[in-house]
Design a binder for this molecule. Structure first.
Ligand code: NAD
Ligand code: UFG
Length: 358
């Protein structure tokens, strides 16, 4: 019998790629997503790509904070585990709309955990972020590094207590507390570095609403003619070419990391564990642009401006713990990332809204 996994936020960028890998890996997936930052076209595309496994996917357009609707889904199905992607993630908006972010990301998670507990489902994988490392003092970042968070988005991903909200715990911390209170909870917190690229088919990929906040979606929109130039935030860092350095991980590798984490949940020794999901390699903005130009044959005009507030200089992962304990390692490098990003972009220049896309 296939194990059934509940995937919150499964219509989104990382969620849709993970759902596909789950289906191809023989799991059944039930997706809950309010489509706030996604489209149900991604679900249709995943079904097409899943071929003979198509009937192993079902979708509910539901908000996590709609407790009765979430209760109903748990009453209907016994889940092996929950992979929890649902959350808002725009850093700038998290500064201007902090209550929206805490309501959606923290309260939504608490409701999910309460319903899971009530239904005896105590296996969880949570999407955390390298943003919790802030501006690391050294690299590579290991899971033991002290956590900092410079904006409300980051705080909902880590264990800092905001001074005026003493007692209010945030999601990583909530998970640790939950496990400490009841060792039946098995929780894996995955700290993603910079997810980029798209499924090699070019049928699913990232489709941000409005102006992209992140590097690669912006580059891709310049390449298809939607924007005139890439704004490079700072070329005066102490890095190889002065631009910021990050650990870019192919989204399919990231999705496979979730399958590895699911397997790890059945290890009787697992409690509440944190793993970095990255490649361990740092790439600068200019190196990324040059790799994308090579893959696409498109020139990306650049406009160099000052540093973006809150940006770290160099962030990349130590991958040792994930390699040793999850037996998982990223397979793709920046060439494949840019190839697949361009394949997605050229087939879907306006994302899932592209008129000529399938
Ligand atoms: P995404 O916006 O594409 O996907 C998130 C999905 O969650 C969307 O489909 C959205 O509609 C849904 N959602 C949001 N709030 C919801 C709610 N209350 N109820 C139901 N559905 C809701 O984002 P993504 O890039 O796929 O990221 C997935 C997760 O990984 C997020 O939690 C994000 O914070 C985290 N993460 C992302 C990155 C990144 O760079 N993409 C890095 C680190 C961590
Ligand atoms: N950059 C530009 N121009 C842009 C966008 C980005 O020069 O238009 C630069 C940034 O300054 C940085 C690098 O490209 O040096 C990467 O920036 P991103 O915004 O793509 O990624 P960040 O590392 O800043 O943050 C991302 C996500 C966070 C997540 C973090 C770690 O936005 O949500 O990775 O996973 F938490």
């Amino acid at each position: 019998m296939s194990k059934i996994i509940l995937v919150t936020g499964g219509a989104g960028y990382i969620g849709s790629h993970t759902v596909l890998q789950l289906l191809l890996g023989g799991y059944k997936a039930v997706v809950v997503d309010n489509l706030d930052n996604s489209s149900d076209v991604s679900i249709k595309r995943v079904k097409e790509l899943a071929r003979e496994y198509v009937n192993n996917l079902s979708f509910h357009q539901v908000d996590l904070r709609d407790r009765p609707a979430i209760e109903k889904i748990f009453a209907q199905t016994k889940f092996e585990a929950v992979i929890h992607f649902a959350g808002l993630k725009a850093v700038g908006e998290s500064v201007s709309e902090p209550l929206l972010y805490h309501d959606n990301n923290v309260i939504g998670t608490v409701i999910l955990l309460e319903v899971m507990s009530a239904h005896g489902c105590k296996n969880l994988i949570f999407s955390s972020s390298a943003t919790v490392y802030g501006w690391p003092k050294e690299v590579p970042c290991t899971e033991e590094f002290p956590l900092t968070a410079v904006n409300p988005y980051g705080r909902t991903k880590c264990h800092l207590i905001i001074s005026d909200m003493v007692g209010q715990l945030f999601v990583e911390e909530i998970c640790r507390d939950l496990h400490n209170s009841d060792s039946k909870w098995k929780i894996i917190l995955l700290r993603y570095f910079n997810p980029v690229g798209a499924h090699p088919s070019g049928h699913i990929g990232e489709d941000p609403r409005g102006t992209p906040n992140n590097l690669m979606p912006f580059v891709q929109q310049v390449a298809v003619g939607r924007r005139s130039a890439l704004t490079v935030f700072g070329n005066d860092y102490s890095t190889k070419d002065g631009t910021g350095v990050r650990d870019y991980i192919h989204v399919v590798d990231l999705a496979d990391g979730h399958i590895a984490a699911l397997r790890k949940l059945s290890d009787p020794k697992i409690g509440c564990e944190v793993y970095n999901l990255g490649t361990g390699k740092g790439t600068s903005v200019l190196e990324m642009v040059s790799a994308f130009e090579k893959a696409s044959g498109k020139k990306i005009p650049l406009k160099i401006v000052g540093r973006r507030p809150g940006d770290a200089e160099v962030v990349y992962a130590s991958t040792k713990k994930a390699e040793t304990e999850l037996k998982w390692k990223a397979k793709y490098g920046i060439e494949e990332i840019c190839r697949d990003q361009w394949n997605w972009a050229s087939k879907n220049p306006y994302g899932y809204g592209s008129s000529h896309s399938k």
